[in-house]
Design a protein around this ligand. Structure first.
Ligand code: MG
Length: 339
């Protein structure tokens, strides 16, 4: 297989602000794997939270290049293991290669990737629409823009939590999921926040406290009136066994797991341990979202709206409309480049 890599700048419709910081664009590496006249596409939506930068992603892709040149893409399981063994971390780069690989295999066999996983596309839960930390007027405008979505996911964890929830409840009574992005550092404070949120029609709380504080999270879970979902605390399957005492569910993202194959393994393991499954995303193009949508039928909660935030999406593919998202019907990941 020949590996081609190219950087693209994704412009965002709004400044995207969470507890950790704010941005108005993303600069990601995209990959193409070419073999026997078939092209598989992949995307590395890297995240500095996990020690990833454009340079580190490129370095990992170059490290994988000799392996890919020799490999038969139809042997995608051992190839995925070999790619993951090259270096620790850099999961967005691993995801780019896994997406391209599975896209190639699906196209070669003439089937959508969900078929390779034995799934039927019609049983996907609804997707939420995410709203970042914003001034009241921007928040109201975003709720209006997403008025056909049945569920919102709101970012808290800063010093404006009360104002944000008050503004949100003034404009919508829909179900709300809260993502604190590790923002509450004291467990008693986290409990008080969650008890308050339970009175406001919140469905669950994602990553209330900083990752790694599992004793505090287990304490919180015993007392919490709402389910707790791990996000920053979980990347790959290896993280999951330790989490089952501290959380009710996990948020799986392809860019954290290193791709579809690892995400499918995580879903199996998490189910075995009695955890609920949320499928989320980073800010991504419709390529990454189309990939995640392939596994949507296996999940309880979906948050696949990252491409809706992008103004110059380089791909056509899966798009959540009124909260409904389906994997595209074409072979492979079903996403088509616009370049
Ligand atoms: Mg999150």
């Amino acid at each position: 297989m020949q590996l081609h890599i190219e950087q693209k700048r994704l412009e965002l419709k709004h400044v995207w602000r969470i507890a950790r910081g704010a941005t108005d664009h993303k600069e990601y590496w995209f990959v193409r794997l070419e073999h026997e006249g078939i092209t598989g596409y992949g995307e590395a939506a890297h995240n500095e939270r996990y020690g990833e930068t454009p340079d580190s992603i490129r370095a990992f892709l170059e490290q994988a290049r000799p392996l890919l040149q020799e490999a038969d893409p139809l042997h995608f399981l051992p190839l995925k293991e070999a790619i993951h063994s090259l270096a620790p971390g850099q999961d967005a780069a691993k995801a780019a290669l896994d997406l391209a690989l599975m896209d190639w295999v699906g196209k070669k066999l003439g089937v959508p990737v969900y078929t390779l996983f034995g799934l039927a596309p019609k049983t996907c839960p609804s997707s939420s629409y995410s709203i970042g930390i914003d001034e009241a007027e921007v928040l109201r405008e975003k709720v209006r823009e997403a008025q056909d979505f049945p569920v919102f996911k709101i970012k808290l964890g800063g010093d404006r939590d009360e104002e944000t929830m008050r503004t949100l409840r003034e404009v919508t009574q829909k179900t709300v999921r809260v993502d604190a992005n590790e923002g509450w550092t004291d467990r008693q404070l986290a409990l008080e926040k969650i008890e308050w949120l339970a009175t406001l029609g919140v469905e669950f709380v994602e990553q209330p406290m900083p990752a790694g504080r599992l004793d505090d999270l287990a304490w919180l879970r015993e007392r919490s009136p709402l389910p707790l979902v791990a996000d920053e605390d979980v990347k790959t399957a290896a993280d999951i066994p330790a989490l089952s005492r501290a959380y009710d569910g996990i948020n799986i993202k392809l860019m954290k797991s290193g791709g579809l194959q690892e995400a499918a393994r995580m879903i199996t393991l998490a189910r075995t341990l009695g955890l609920k499954i949320m499928l989320g995303c980073m800010v991504e193009s419709s390529l990454g979202i189309s990939a995640a949508a392939q596994l949507a039928p296996l999940t309880d909660w979906i948050d696949l709206d990252g491409n809706l935030l992008v103004r110059n999406d380089p791909f056509d593919g899966a798009r959540a409309r009124a909260g409904v998202i389906m994997p595209p019907p074409g072979a492979g990941l079903g996403a088509t480049p616009r370049f």
